[in-house]
Design a protein around this ligand. Structure first.
Ligand code: AMP
Length: 119
């Protein structure tokens, strides 16, 4: 699984293009999605180069994986999503509809999100 260093999130991490950051930790960056699908729509990405969830879990260090997941939990808390609920999604590959080939999780909330799959 090769990593395309020219993908848009790699450019954001190199600060070649701007983003609207929400949280930054030693291993993780979170920023607002440019085309939000809900009142809260945050993208959480590891700073190192991983393509998919499987790539991240199989190849990242325990510290990176813990930092990434703690960042998601912090954002859920900070955005007050625990009570009404939220959804976390990670698209992978062609069938998953992944547009940007740098592993990321979408955190969505702030409205009823409907059915899981809408075709
Ligand atoms: P995915 O289909 O899971 O790969 O989703 C990629 C997401 O990245 C989409 O929700 C896009 O709206 C979002 N996106 C693309 N470019 C940017 C950008 N420059 N800043 C923030 N979000 C972006």
């Amino acid at each position: 699984m090769s990593y395309d260093t020219n993908n848009i999130f790699a450019k954001i991490l190199r600060k070649e293009i701007p983003c609207n950051p929400v949280v930054e930790t030693p291993h993780t960056l979170a920023f607002n999605d440019i085309a939000p699908q809900a009142p809260t729509h945050i993208l959480i990405i590891p700073k190192d180069a991983y393509v998919t969830y499987g790539d991240f879990i199989n190849n990242a260090s325990p510290e990176e994986i813990l930092d990434f997941n703690q960042t998601i939990a912090t954002l859920i808390e900070q955005n007050g999503l625990n009570e009404a609920g939220y959804r976390i999604i990670s698209n992978a590959g062609e069938h998953g509809g992944q547009e940007v080939p740098h592993f990321h999780v979408h955190l969505l909330g702030g409205r009823h999100l409907g059915n899981l799959l809408q075709e």
